[in-house]
Design a protein around this ligand. Structure first.
Ligand code: PLP
Length: 395
């Protein structure tokens, strides 16, 4: 092996996802694409709003190409960062300045910028199960160690009681993903207040500040009368990581930002540091897309499409006896395996041509994740397959 030892498990792990993808392709060849029910990927199923296309055309038609496609400050165009700050301040009554916003290559690069800034080799990052599996890879690549707080399987809120035992003197960062992938749960303001209290206790014990990454790519995907709390109003050392991948259906365009709360400890140092790590990782966020999102900050996803999918799938699966969390946000349904051998449940699903992600990869074995950002027709077509799956699990 020529590659770094720390990368070996990552490389081996990615072949598991590839295997699922290949299996789906093989299945489609045998039974036809329309008979494979692929709930594996969180790729938005509604197109980007029309405003995205018209902004692209307008910008290309009216702006100087040297400006549109050139380098800019590593943190992004100043007018874009100012527009993002103004938009957040207006929506959440906050006090961001232009300098607090760093444009990034989606949420993934924002998280990596923060990890690279804070972690020395062997430093620890705490996550709450179930968590977005890629965090593991990001943390290892930055030289850190991921520590997971076990899930609270009663409420699937943050397991505050389990936090203290996991925080050590090596802990630097906590990642919170709200609304959550894979559960669809929204962490309440109360939960975040409790988190802040627990962090203060831990900081006194370990003698240095702890920082929270609030990973919010699903911020705009919230159902019914649920409300997403604004994390910096609850947690002092908060770095919001945002992405337009899901809210504007632009995952391939790679655009997002970090918002540094001016209330945090060592605020100036953190802000200056992120400019550097952003430059190292990606030089700058895509220039055209920065200009586009400036025009589209008030655009929203077609939440009613996801909501219809959410209700259809949740109602059908619960009627069949599956235990599911009713999603409050994002576009994932978290389903408990009805049999103890959850790997066998995933395999049984495949026999019915249903592709589900085993939640072991989210640090929460015994469950599966269904991404319902798919066509409503596919959901309807999959119902008989779920009926067969339910029967097979009773046998
Ligand atoms: N964080 C979570 C919780 C996600 O679900 C995803 C993508 O699915 C990301 C981060 C990465 O998003 P981006 O496309 O903005 O890099």
């Amino acid at each position: 092996m020529v590659i770094a030892k720390r990368m070996e498990p990552l490389v081996a792990g990615s072949s598991i996802i590839r295997k699922l993808f290949e299996e789906g392709k093989e299945m489609a060849k045998k039974v036809g694409t329309e008979n494979v029910y692929d709930y594996s990927l969180g790729n938005p199923s509604v197109p980007a709003p029309d405003a995205v296309k018209s902004s692209i055309i307008k910008i290309l038609d009216t702006e100087d190409p040297l400006f549109v496609h050139g380098y800019m400050s590593n943190s992004g165009y100043e007018e874009v960062r100012q527009a993002v700050a103004d938009n957040l301040n207006e929506r959440f009554q906050w006090q961001y300045k232009m300098e607090d916003i760093i444009m990034t290559v989606g949420a993934a690069s924002g998280i990596n910028d923060i990890l690279n800034l804070f972690l020395d080799s062997g430093d620890e990052v705490v996550v709450f199960a179930p968590f977005f599996g890629e965090y593991r890879n990001y943390v290892i690549t930055a030289g850190g160690v991921l520590k997971a707080v076990p899930a609270d399987t009663e409420t699937f809120q943050i397991n505050i009681d389990g936090l203290d035992a996991v925080i050590t003197e090596k802990t630097k960062l906590i990642i919170v993903n709200n609304p959550n992938n894979p559960t669809g749960v929204i962490y309440s303001g109360d939960t975040l207040d409790q988190l802040q209290k627990e962090l203060e206790r831990a900081e006194a014990r370990i003698g240095h500040p702890l920082y929270v990454i609030s990973d919010e790519p699903y911020r705009e995907l919230v159902y019914d009368d649920n409300e997403l709390p604004f994390m910096p109003a609850h947690v002092k050392n908060c770095l919001i990581v945002y992405s337009f991948s899901k809210s504007l259906s632009l995952p391939g365009e790679r655009i997002g930002y970090i918002a540094v709360s001016p209330k945090m400890d060592y605020y100036e140092e953190v802000k200056a540091g992120l400019i550097t790590t952003n430059r190292i990782g990606s030089v700058n966020a895509p220039s055209l897309m920065q200009l586009v999102i400036k025009e589209c900050l008030n655009e929203r996803p077609q939440i009613e499409v996801y909501d219809q999918n959410r209700k259809m799938l949740y109602e059908h699966l619960t009627a069949l006896g599956f235990e599911c969390l009713k999603p409050q946000g994002a576009f994932y349904l978290f389903v408990k395996s009805p049999i103890e051998d959850y790997a066998a449940f995933v395999e049984e699903g495949k026999k019915q041509h249903i592709l589900m992600v085993d939640a072991s990869s989210f640090g929460c074995p015994g469950y599966v994740r269904l991404a319902y950002c798919v066509s409503p027709e596919m959901i309807k077509r999959s119902f008989p397959a779920f009926e067969r799956l339910a029967e097979a699990c009773k046998a």
